[in-house]
Design a protein around this ligand. Structure first.
Ligand SMILES: NC(=O)c1ccc[n+]([C@@H]2O[C@H](COP(=O)([O-])OP(=O)(O)OC[C@H]3O[C@@H](n4cnc5c(N)ncnc54)[C@H](OP(=O)(O)O)[C@@H]3O)[C@@H](O)[C@H]2O)c1
Length: 259
């Protein structure tokens, strides 16, 4: 354990990646402060932050907007960035690590555009920041099936994605938060990336998931022509770059493990 970053606060501690992150950090011997509204901490209003951050060396922000729509999501992330920097600075926090999404720079709308604004807001604050960009989580496929469910069909967007397990992302976040940080001006990638072992089609993975879970719903791939970004999802804009860290399990292995 790197002693200098002994106490780590996790914002979004009950989420898909926040929950395994808390476990990874505890297993590695860190003192962890889980933060979410369930534990009385609201990153958008600042409620509970000052108390929660007392004595904290490093914050890892994995919180997410309850709404995926661009405007509320942007408001959520900008407020969270501002409050985590302000309360963190006050408490003497020395590092802030934030999770973002691979490939979002070219997107013009929706949740991905909100995340671009999030990254800018986070980088503008006083605490030194690192941003880890991740691919879509294995755990998100089931969420897509529910979002798209209409009776006996579920409409899944056509998307190329290099799905990764949330636990794998949690390990990478913990490594980044507690490992050495090269000084700026070095050759480190501005946004390190973590993704799964291979590119997949979301529609095919949703079919595997419902088969495995014996869910009778029929999966139907769709393109949303009204979304100016739909071509980006389909052409692979969300796939990792050549410098990305790629780590298993694959989606099929993850499913077979009973997840
Ligand atoms: N899911 C993916 O495939 C994926 C891929 C790449 C990057 N990411 C990024 O990873 C992050 C986490 O995504 P996720 O899918 O793990 O999210 P999630 O499962 O929706 O979890 C969101 C977390 O944020 C907390 N939260 C919501 N509103 C809050 C508030 N006002 N104050 C404090 N905490 C609040 C929630 O807990 P409470 O409800 O208890 O507050 C929960 O712990 C996001 O920034 C997302 O953009 C996700």
């Amino acid at each position: 354990m790197a002693q200098e970053y002994r106490k780590v606060a996790v914002a979004g501690a009950t989420g898909r990646v926040g929950r395994p992150l808390v476990e990874v950090l505890k297993t590695r011997g860190y003192e962890v402060v889980p933060m979410s509204r369930a534990s009385g901490v609201d990153v958008t209003t600042g409620e509970g932050l000052a108390n929660a951050l007392s004595g904290v060396d490093c914050i890892i922000d994995t919180s997410s907007s309850p709404s995926p729509e661009q405007r509320p999501a942007t408001e959520f992330f900008v407020a969270a960035a501002r409050n985590l920097h302000a309360a963190g600075k006050q408490a003497g926090v020395r590092r802030l690590v934030v999770i973002s999404i691979i490939g979002i720079d070219r997107f013009t709308g929706g949740y991905n555009a909100a995340k671009v604004t999030h990254e800018k807001a986070v980088l503008a604050g006083p605490i030194p920041v690192r941003i880890l960009r991740a691919a879509q989580f294995h755990e998100l496929v089931g969420q897509f099936v529910e979002w798209g469910r209409r009776g006996e069909l579920s409409y899944i967007p056509r998307m190329r994605t290099q799905l990764v397990a949330a636990t794998t992302v949690a390990e990478a976040l913990a490594d980044l938060a507690t490992g050495p940080w090269a000084s700026s001006g070095s050759s480190r990638p501005p946004f390190p990336e973590i993704a799964g072992p291979r590119a997949e089609n979301l529609v095919d993975m949703a079919k595997l998931l419902v088969d495995r879970r014996r869910d009778p719903v029929r999966i139907e791939g769709v393109s949303n022509a009204a979304d100016p970004d739909h071509g980006l999802y389909e052409s692979g804009a969300l796939l990792p770059g050549p410098g990305a860290t790629l780590a298993g399990p694959t989606f099929e292995q993850w499913l077979a493990s009973g997840s």
